[in-house]
Design a protein around this ligand. Sequence first.
Ligand SMILES: Cc1cc2nc3c(=O)[nH]c(=O)nc-3n(C[C@H](O)[C@H](O)[C@H](O)COP(=O)(O)OP(=O)(O)OC[C@H]3O[C@@H](n4cnc5c(N)ncnc54)[C@H](O)[C@@H]3O)c2cc1C
Length: 290
Amino acid sequence: MYPAAFDYYAPASVSEALSLLAKNGDAKLIAGGHSLLPQMKLRLATPSALIDIGKIADLKGISDLGDKISLGALTTHHEVEHSALLRNSCPLLPEVASHIGDRQVRNRGTIGGSLAHADPAADYPAAMLALGAVVEVQGGSGKRTINADDLFTGLFSTALNSNEILTAVHVPKTDAKGNGVAYAKFPHPASRYAVAGVAVWVNIQNDTVQDIRIGVTGASDHAQRATKAEAALKGKPMNEDNVAAAAKLASDGLTTIGDMYASSDYRAHLVQALALDALNKAHHRAHGWH
Ligand SMILES: Cc1cc2nc3c(=O)[nH]c(=O)nc-3n(C[C@H](O)[C@H](O)[C@H](O)COP(=O)(O)OP(=O)(O)OC[C@H]3O[C@@H](n4cnc5c(N)ncnc54)[C@H](O)[C@@H]3O)c2cc1C
């Protein structure tokens, strides 16, 4: 099906895009278009105008900010996957990006679009939670930041207001000794979206888990942290028994969803199995065993 008719604008700056958003009440921003256009073709979205932010130079690029890395909202999944800076200093993001869709999706889709869209089966949200990322947004009343823990609020819902633009994502560097990261995913065989996905960041010192964050996507209506599994490992040695016990807790507290492809119980089981895999990989990587 063709989308309903719409006006089209291509602003050159964030401020121009914001004033277009203010003037056109039901307008939608478009970045890579790989989530919005399918919705428009199905007439699930019928915006009167599209504001194409794809030409705004300030929203592009990956930069080294010392202890963290900033990714412009327009950074494509392909750019994340192949960034040498990210591969060396925040390898969880390239690992996650490599799991997204297919080559065409990775060439067009953007990190800002993915996070703003908040598809329950998207991959990045799990990584954002595991890394404790922070997003920068800009709206009519200025700039603000939102912690990943507060960003995903429900099905396709975020803490962004409809008149705000997500401008950048900040992730910490995780290359210091003792850090380990991993992402384990069970992809839908047709779309490659996550039926379930688990991202882990762990910091191990003297064989004891100093800190750990586990992000789960795909299993419930929005990505969430597996706080019970985190608590089960914090302050403890990351041995086989402790990891297995924590993985069993990874689906606790999640209201898992069921659909034609995977029941709610099966998704809960997947989360536990994927958590075991991701925890073991992160543990190995923290020790440099790879
Ligand atoms: C066949 C297929 C397979 C896919 N498989 C996967 C997968 O395995 N894993 C996965 O995670 N994703 C998958 N995707 C989704 C893909 O990653 C999308 O690119 C991504 O979710 C949205 O990014 P986009 O730049 O295309 O956003 P768009 O489609 O342009 O926009 C999506 C929404 O976000 C809003 N928006 C966009 N940018 C901003 C911004 N900077 N600030 C505020 N709002 C903004 C738009 O208004 C719109 O509502 C798949 C998509 C397709 C078509």
